[in-house]
Design a protein around this ligand. Structure first.
Ligand code: GDP
Ligand code: MG
Length: 361
């Protein structure tokens, strides 16, 4: 992998350069024209592979665009970047709002960059469409990481279906890896279907929890616990240490009831504090042990191959759906058929047949 580290942080890229007082109007116009000239996929790819953050950010913006020309260029860049990606570990982190995900990622991310790793933080957050990107607020909890030249934080794409956001995140992973990021952290909110989407794009899935008053296991979705490779009980500091220890015992007991994992890995339960950083090292040790085991038994590569197949099918499904629902014929008549179905004037199957016929005509 090309790994010429860039000295530019994610922040610097946002800093605009204000125009000097005296500037040659003609040359400024020329410069502007030059700047707005679309950069070729080849130039972008070269930039990404050399570790240039502005090129990486531009390519991700293309991925997030709805302009078909942008999408085509994005696809060219992704394809060109593919040979450079894959040499990484992808870690999914989930947990309900307030559990401390952002604070944890700040502490964990700094620990990783301190070890010489290059860390990219991405988010799959379908709720950000409503809250206008909650990760923006999160960035303030990642004050140190945001400034770290070996970290890159990118909020999730918004205004989209979960499927759309997930595909874009998945493509963004490839670009980040080509840019030399060897540790990819994908954060998601512990509500709804986003965990499943994130689980299908990571190697290791971490569930963050906090200790309650003996009711740790209530209200936790069985499916999410089943997906977890590690449960980390956060906020194990101050008065909370005892409760966190108790929660650890409870979760360990509960995990024993789940069937053995295909990976051969036994999920772990540990405690940590994202404030005092106690237990952060243990989290990385756990992930290292997982990587060692799954490299030896080949589960790691099998899982990634399976994920590629899954994303092939998901992308086809998603784009077919999108194409259908944005078809002018369909957009013109879908609502009236919905009403007709509601009023029992036509069966849902007959209505679907009519609409699909319109679409394929
Ligand atoms: N005492 C303590 N507070 C924490 C810890 N981690 C996070 N917090 C606090 O919990 C609140 C929510 O944290 P945040 O990272 O925004 O949670 P998120 O919604 O899961 O991203 C903030 O006030 C944090 O300061 C921890 O390990 N110990
Ligand atoms: Mg957060």
């Amino acid at each position: 992998m090309t790994k010429s580290a860039s000295s530019k942080s994610a922040l610097q890229e946002k800093e605009g350069i204000s125009a000097p007082e005296i500037v040659n109007i003609a040359s400024a116009a020329q410069l502007k024209k030059l700047r707005s000239r679309p950069i070729s996929a080849e130039t972008l790819t070269k930039g990404i592979v050399s570790g240039a953050i502005p090129a990486l950010s531009q390519a991700i913006t293309l991925i997030e665009s709805t302009n078909p020309n942008h999408l085509e260029k994005a696809n060219q860049v992704i394809t060109a970047c593919l040979p450079y990606s894959n040499k990484s570990v992808r870690i999914g982190i989930t947990g309900v709002p307030g559990v401390g995900k952002s604070t944890f990622i700040e502490a964990f991310g700094k620990y990783l960059t301190g070890m010489g790793k290059k860390v990219a933080v991405l988010a799959v957050d379908p709720s950000s469409t409503i809250s206008h990107g909650s990760i923006l607020g999160d960035k303030t909890r990642m004050e140190e990481l945001v400034k770290d030249p070996n970290a890159y934080i990118r909020p999730s794409a918004s205004g989209e279906t979960l499927g759309g956001v997930a595909r874009k995140t998945r493509e963004t992973i490839i670009l980040c890896e080509a840019a030399g990021f060897d540790t990819i952290i994908i954060e998601t909110v512990g509500v709804g279907q986003s965990e499943t989407a994130v689980h299908s794009m990571v190697d290791f899935f971490l569930l963050l929890k906090i200790a309650g008053a003996g009711d740790e296991l209530q209200g936790i979705k069985r499916g999410i616990m089943e997906m977890a490779d590690a449960i980390v009980i956060n906020k194990a500091d101050g008065d909370n240490i005892k409760k966190a220890q108790y929660a650890k015992t409870e979760f360990n007991r509960a995990l024993h009831l789940f069937p053995a994992k295909k990976s051969g890995w036994t999920p772990t339960v540990t405690t940590c504090s994202s404030i005092t950083h106690e237990g952060i090292t243990t989290v990385w040790d756990t992930i290292s042990a997982f990587l060692e085991l799954t490299a030896a038994n080949h589960y790691f590569e099998e899982k990634r191959a399976g994920q590629n197949q899954y994303w092939l099918m998901e992308t086809i499904n998603e784009q077919l759906k999108q194409h259908f629902y944005t078809d002018t014929n369909i957009m013109a008549s879908l609502e009236s058929y919905k009403k007709a179905v509601q009023n029992n004037e036509i069966s849902p199957f007959a209505a679907a047949s009519v609409l699909l016929e319109k679409y394929f005509k």
